[in-house]
Design a protein around this ligand. Structure first.
Ligand SMILES: Cc1cc2nc3c(=O)[nH]c(=O)nc-3n(C[C@H](O)[C@H](O)[C@H](O)COP(=O)(O)OP(=O)(O)OC[C@H]3O[C@@H](n4cnc5c(N)ncnc54)[C@H](O)[C@@H]3O)c2cc1C
Length: 221
């Protein structure tokens, strides 16, 4: 089923800095495929909670998992509406005033109701979460046991109502600050922010083993 373009429902239309709103699904997919952590909103007894979790995009859904015993995950499985965000921080934008200073980012917000996955659908989602972080590792490791699957709650949220906002570029200083004899001399520009893996540190059993290719080639765009 074709899903609507991001940012096109009344609840997801970007009103502040609308020029930063992106409506193509390719950008939506690219951000979700580059991110590592999603923040999932749940309300329990009137108190909002925001839970950071690993996740993956599986076609036109985002999947994530938690403990079957988690009261927050239970609320989601019961059908409580949620809001999930993924944020990529690309740089600090340093202007000549604090008001004009900013951040370069790519971010996604998804609204909707999650569905609990079972059986083959759950296994496919768990594999997708593993593949998202480390493609090919799933084939190397032991598959989930029945009692492990029982202890796991895997949820799927459709990419049906969502929005994408992206800021790129340098600072946008006021004309008077650019002409000011003092503030015009302050350094301004962008400090890029890049995330990367460090050198893998083997445990005792892996000390003499080769580091897998999927760890060597891990990069993030
Ligand atoms: C980068 C990252 C990735 C994660 N990935 C996953 C994942 O894929 N699946 C998964 O199940 N969990 C993941 N976690 C842990 C997750 O954030 C929760 O801690 C976990 O799901 C338990 O939630 P709960 O509400 O059942 O915990 P509970 O122990 O019932 O929560 C009780 C209270 O503890 C506090 N709390 C819970 N979690 C956190 C937290 N992360 N930081 C600060 N305070 C907290 C809150 O005040 C909460 O109300 C991840 C955490 C991080 C930071």
């Amino acid at each position: 089923m074709t899903q609507p373009a991001p940012g096109t429902s009344p609840r997801t239309t970007i009103k502040r800095a609308p020029e930063r709103g992106v409506t193509d699904r390719e950008t939506l997919y690219a951000i979700l495929d580059a991110g590592l952590v999603a923040h999932v909103a749940v309300v329990e007894d009137g108190q909002p909670f925001v839970v950071p979790v690993g996740y993956a995009r599986l076609g036109d859904d985002v999947v994530f998992h938690g403990s079957s015993a988690s009261r927050l995950f239970k609320r989601l499985a019961e059908g409580q509406p949620t809001c999930v965000t993924v944020t990529l921080l690309d740089g600090l934008v340093l202007a000549r005033s604090s008001f004009e200073s900013s951040m370069n980012y790519r971010s996604v917000m998804i609204l909707g109701t999650a569905r609990r996955l079972e059986g083959d659908e759950e296994l496919a989602a768990l594999r997708a979460i593993s593949d998202h972080l480390l493609p090919d590792r799933w084939a190397d490791i032991r598959p989930p046991a029945a009692q492990e699957l029982k202890a796991t709650m895997t949820l799927s949220l459709p990419l049906a109502e969502c929005s994408v906002k992206v800021r790129t570029g340098g600072p946008e200083d006021l004309e008077e600050d650019l002409a000011d004899p003092v503030y015009s001399r302050v350094w301004a520009g962008v400090v890029p922010l890049v995330e990367s893996f460090g050198t893998p540190e083997p445990d005792d059993l892996s000390r003499d083993a080769d580091v897998p290719q999927y760890l060597r080639r891990w990069t993030r765009t």
